[in-house]
Design a binder for this molecule. Structure first.
Ligand SMILES: O=P(O)(O)OC[C@H]1O[C@H](OP(=O)(O)OP(=O)(O)O)[C@H](O)[C@@H]1O
Ligand SMILES: NC(=O)CC[C@H](N)C(=O)O
Ligand SMILES: [Mg+2]
Length: 512
């Protein structure tokens, strides 16, 4: 779940893209990049690190032009190397840059095809570099001369849909032509369009989440439809077309649970409202099945679970208290690379307020339990702070299956709930009771805001993968390539990579 933005403006867009990336930082903390386009020239700066560490004044000054794209990365394929920071660039045809949110599920096969059939070299192990080269190849074949138009671009995107499987929300720029954005035929990852009327004319933006539009002063126009592509030329003319044969909206339900910011609206669903609904349905379950808990206080685990915990407390007529204080300078732990770093960061990030726990039966509410890194430590902190009973509620069902669409949880081994009953999970985290949301209730919580969404990608909860190409062999291959125990692999030919700073996750963990 990286964050992407693309803008065609009437003034320089460097600051706008930077500010937009800051707003999307919660979608990726590993690397950041901006490319601007001034006539026929691209200006690019990208590196590992948080947005405010990657860009210094001198970089910002060099990012010239009234159009550009930007990316924050949370790696789900390849390595964490700076060489895989996005956007990626290819010089032919025309000069194209691309930023990708999601994960291709057939990138190994595509990479092979790229080399053997299309005679293209992919320098990294990133699936996004493969995706860019597929797009470049398709554009090369639809454009008959040096003149490119939106019809040719849309035909090329139709070609991308035929070849690529998995999840991809994409922003791309073709030098001197314009901004292209598209979403895979299932619309797994989000992408919205915004607009701003200025004295000089209309400016357009596309971004992973509507919150970026709010903060940058754009009005939300609509979502990019699954399978749809939009193209905005350098003069600000807007074109759109459905490029997939059988589009079917099946957004990732985990966006609503955890990934997206609550103040975003995705596929006409307010993330905040959904999280409130999740709290109500969880409260109903507790009232029905867990009436004997005698809860004194409901405590959220900051940040993401707050709206659900608050509404759960309201629905049960219980006291809600902020029992954990979050260090505002520590980022999201779940999307940090490597288990040692995630584990260490939970304690650095959260600290209990003793008086909220001492002698009380506390119900801790989190949005989800994935590896159990947070819940195990939090339950212990509550006990150390003197709680009488520690109950734990998760606003999402048990996460039992790997995600292959852009969330880095590739192995069943690392998921706390895989192969365990609720009772065993409860024992693992050391709680006195554990209550999980039911999947039907979670789906209903989203559908209450938009009943038109009939299908979701719930694969991490139910093991049904909407792209239909995921089987046991695929999962086994991903597990052996990306398992946490392996560390994220350093590319075999690191010395030849365009990156002097390669560090594996393992080396990084050992260093901290
Ligand atoms: O079971 P785990 O593997 O620990 O994963 C789940 C936890 O990780 C996330 O929090 P995170 O700290 O990333 O972000 P937040 O501040 O948005 O809640 C999520 O909100 C849960 O608290
Ligand atoms: N989380 C994502 O969207 C990741 C995008 C891409 N697969 C990468 O690893 O860079
Ligand atoms: Mg959390």
């Amino acid at each position: 779940m990286c964050g992407i933005i693309g803008v065609v403006g009437k003034n320089p867009v460097n600051q706008l893209l930077y500010d937009g990336l800051l707003v999307l930082q919660h979608r990726g903390q590993d690397a950041a990049g901006i490319v601007t386009c001034d006539g026929n020239t691209f200006y690019m700066h990208k590196n590992n690190g948080l947005v405010q560490d990657v860009f210094q004044t001198r970089h910002m000054r060099s990012l010239q032009g009234n159009a550009g794209i930007a990316h924050v990365r949370y790696p789900t394929a390849g390595s964490s190397s700076a060489a895989e920071a996005q956007p990626f660039y290819v010089n032919s045809p025309f000069g194209i840059v691309l930023g990708h949110n999601g994960n291709l599920t057939n990138s190994t096969q595509l990479k092979e095809e790229m080399f053997r059939q299309d005679l293209r070299h992919i320098n990294t192990s990133s699936d996004s570099e493969v995706l860019l080269n597929v797009l470049a190849h398709e554009i090369e074949h639809t454009a008959h001369s040096a003149v490119l138009n939106s019809d040719m671009i849309f035909e090329a995107v139709a070609g991308v849909h035929k070849r690529c499987l998995g999840a991809y929300a994409v922003v791309a720029m073709v030098a001197n032509f314009g901004l292209l954005a598209f979403r895979d035929p299932n619309g797994i990852r989000p992408l919205v369009i915004g607009k701003s009327e200025t004295e000089k004319g209309v400016e357009y933006i596309v971004a992973s989440e509507s919150v970026a539009l709010d903060v940058l002063g754009f009005k939300l126009v609509r979502d990019v439809e699954p399978g749809e592509a939009i193209f905005i030329d350098m003069d600000g003319n807007f074109f759109s077309r459905q490029c997939a044969e059988k589009p079917k909206l099946s957004p990732c339900i985990f966006e609503y649970v955890y990934l997206a910011r609550p103040d975003s609206v995705i596929d006409k669903v307010s993330v905040y409202q959904t999280r409130l609904h999740m709290g109500v349905s969880l409260a109903k379950k507790i009232a029905k099945e867990w009436g004997d808990l005698h809860i004194d206080v409901v405590i959220p685990i900051p940040d993401t679970s707050r709206p659900s915990a608050l509404q759960l407390a309201n629905a049960l007529n219980l006291t809600y208290r902020e029992g954990f204080i979050k260090n505002r300078y520590i980022g999201r732990t779940f999307i940090m690379p490597g288990q040692a770093l995630r584990k260490k960061s939970v304690r650095q990030k959260l600290n209990p307020i003793g008086m909220e726990f001492k002698g009380k039966n506390v119900l801790l509410v989190d949005d989800s339990i994935v590896r159990g890194t947070t819940s195990k430590q939090i339950v212990q902190m509550a006990r150390d702070a003197g709680a009488n009973k520690v109950y734990f509620a998760s606003a999402a069902p048990p996460v039992r299956f790997p995600n292959v669409y852009g969330i880095d949880m590739p192995t069943r081994d690392e998921l706390l709930a895989t192969g365990r009953t609720d009772q065993q999970i409860c024992e693992e985290i050391g709680a006195d009771a554990l209550i999980y949301q039911d999947l039907d209730a979670l789906i209903e919580a989203v559908q209450l805001s938009n009943p038109d969404i009939k299908m979701f990608d719930c694969s991490c909860f139910d093991g049904n993968y909407v792209t239909g190409d995921i089987d046991e062999t695929y999962l086994n291959n991903v597990e052996s390539a990306r398992g946490d125990k392996l560390g994220h692999k350093k590319p075999a030919n690191s010395s030849t990579q365009l990156d002097l700073n390669l560090v594996t996750i393992k080396e990084y963990e050992e260093a901290v």
